[in-house]
Design a protein around this ligand. Structure first.
Ligand code: APR
Length: 236
């Protein structure tokens, strides 16, 4: 195995599946139970805000008490022990990377534990239910508080930071994501274009599997710790 210097890791819902959180597109996933157009678009929020509040309040409650798993912990260990750079770009909003001890994180789809005022764009840590009658602590106007989550049709966060990390990485690892949603699904091509080695760690081949140079398929709690140990064994 090559000794790498700068690793970019993309994570998705599959990483948190063994912590008990639903993924989106598996057969009993979230989008099998909800229409994303109703609960995860600005149009859906304008049409029926209480449906959206109920959806995210329930997801927030479902996430309470959920613990990071062996895969989250292995990534935190990699960040601590790896002599080079490790940055995690997560599509997940569940906060389990932080709970496992990871620090160098980019939350490209936002965070459940944060609220955003759609009127003044102020962000604030938030762990309670959200509702239309809540007033923003910055502009004091009610009716604009929403989860700080990137909805379909909205621009993900920190794309410049992500592009900078991808443009200088020598190893790109994608974990627990189906490769259905852009721009995240396009990161492997960007990494490959600059000559980085590309690895897919996923339960099954993703939509973009053919774009990766290396694949290890299996549950994240098995394949991620094993791959991290391999990386650390050659970089010690
Ligand atoms: N270990 C590893 N991979 C797993 C596991 C597991 N235990 N369980 C499921 N997977 C894989 C599935 O095979 C699938 O490829 O995780 C992937 C989950 O894919 P999605 O449900 O599509 O989730 P994700 O790719 O994170 O979705 C991307 O879409 O809905 C939006 O904004 C939302 O961030 C999300 C984005």
């Amino acid at each position: 195995m090559t000794v790498y210097q700068r690793i970019v890791i993309l994570t998705g819902a599959g990483l948190s599946a063994e912590s008990g959180l639903s993924t989106f597109r598996d057969k009993d996933g979230i989008w099998a139970r909800y229409d994303y157009r109703d609960v995860a678009t600005p149009e859906g929020f304008a049409r029926n805000p209480s449906l959206v509040y109920d959806f995210y309040n329930q997801r927030r409650r479902d996430g309470m008490g959920v613990q990071p798993n062996a895969a989250h912990r292995a990534l935190a260990k990699l960040e601590d022990a790896f002599p080079g750079d490790v940055v995690i770009v997560t599509q997940n909003i569940d906060g389990l990377h932080e709970a496992a001890g990871s620090r160098n994180l980019i939350h490209m789809h936002g965070q459940m534990a944060q609220a955003l005022c759609a009127l003044c764009n102020a962000r604030s840590p938030w762990v309670e239910d959200l509702s239309a009658d809540l007033a923003c602590s910055a502009c004091a106007t009610p009716g604009g508080m929403r989860p700080d989550v990137v909805w379909f049709g909205e621009m993900p966060y920190d794309l410049d930071q992500i592009a900078a990390a991808l443009s200088s990485c020598d190893l790109f690892i994608s974990i627990g994501t189906s490769g259905n949603v852009y721009p995240a699904a396009g990161f492997v091509a960007a990494a490959r274009d600059i000559g980085a080695h590309t690895v897919e760690l996923n339960l099954e081949p993703s939509e973009g599997a053919s774009l990766f140079a290396e694949h290890v398929h299996g549950p994240a709690t098995e394949v991620v710790p094993a791959y991290v140990d391999k990386l650390l064994s050659v970089s010690a």
